[in-house]
Design a protein around this ligand. Structure first.
Ligand SMILES: [Zn+2]
Length: 264
């Protein structure tokens, strides 16, 4: 081993990865957080209570939306050339929802809806935005979640977005010589401290969203093309109540949290 190569990383050694999250204590709002999702409205359905709460506690939030939801309607009048107009509508709805939540910046990456693949190109694109924004926390779905109950097959775009997000967070965002072309573009490595996965079977972290459930519902209602006239508020309260039950909370959102940089 050359003496010119000090500080070799040992962070990929599994034995190092024994960290316990304390479920009795809600983690504090981070300084900067990034949410990564496949479609406009994914973030509102899943983590908007957390984002609304954190934004009001001073967290700078950046939302990354990989597709623009341009396949998100089965109106029989639509044709293939309707997709750009639908994308514009759904981006506008997402921006309105982000305004309600207090999101500082929304980034659309314009991948085609319904065709998302967790390939190296997507991982590189996410590595680039993570290195640029330098979030302390990244929130995304659970890439291993394929089936929920007996009636919902997790959308392949959701799985691809979650997989690419996790793989960009670790190891490529923090590893200097992965995607060396990003160094050439001026993006230095950045280590995300915590990864919040939502939609997990066995959560270890509960965020109390009693104070932000109304914000979540208001944000979701901005996705007018998707939620229409359904009583989305009632459904969201039922979901959040179900998630809170285990910890005695009126309304909660739940996560598995990966502690990637130990703050102790
Ligand atoms: Zn979706």
């Amino acid at each position: 081993m050359s003496e010119d190569l000090p500080n070799l990383s040992d962070s990929s050694i599994p034995e190092m990865a024994v960290r316990k999250v304390d479920p009795a204590h809600e983690p504090p709002a981070p300084r900067r957080a990034m949410a990564i999702h496949a479609h406009p409205d994914d973030q509102e359905f899943t983590i908007a209570g957390t984002l609304g709460k954190w934004a009001r506690a001073g967290t700078e939030i950046v939302s990354v939306v990989l597709t623009s939801g341009d396949a998100g309607s089965n109106d029989p009048r639509l044709r293939a050339d309707s997709r750009p107009a639908l994308a514009r509508l759904r981006e506008a709805e997402q921006l309105a929802a982000c305004r309600v939540l207090g999101v500082k910046r929304t980034i659309f990456l314009h991948y085609p809806d319904g065709e998302l693949v967790a390939d190296l190109g997507l991982r590189r694109a996410l590595t680039r935005v993570i290195r640029e924004v330098q979030p302390e926390v990244v929130l995304c779905g659970d890439p291993t979640a394929h089936f929920y109950g007996n009636s919902y097959v997790n959308h392949p775009d959701h799985r691809a977005a979650a997989q690419a997000a996790c793989d960009a967070v670790f190891p490529s965002a923090g590893t200097r010589l992965i995607f060396p072309e990003l160094l050439e573009e001026g993006f230095e490595p950045h280590s995300v401290r915590r990864l919040f996965l939502h939609g997990v079977e066995k959560p270890d972290t509960w965020i109390d969203i009693a104070e932000s459930i109304d914000l979540k519902i208001a944000a979701l209602k901005e996705h007018k093309s998707q939620v229409g006239k359904t009583d989305i508020g009632r459904r969201m309260r039922e979901w959040a109540a179900e998630d809170g039950k285990q910890r005695g909370l009126e309304f909660a959102e739940t996560y598995r949290v990966m502690v990637l940089v130990d703050e102790a």
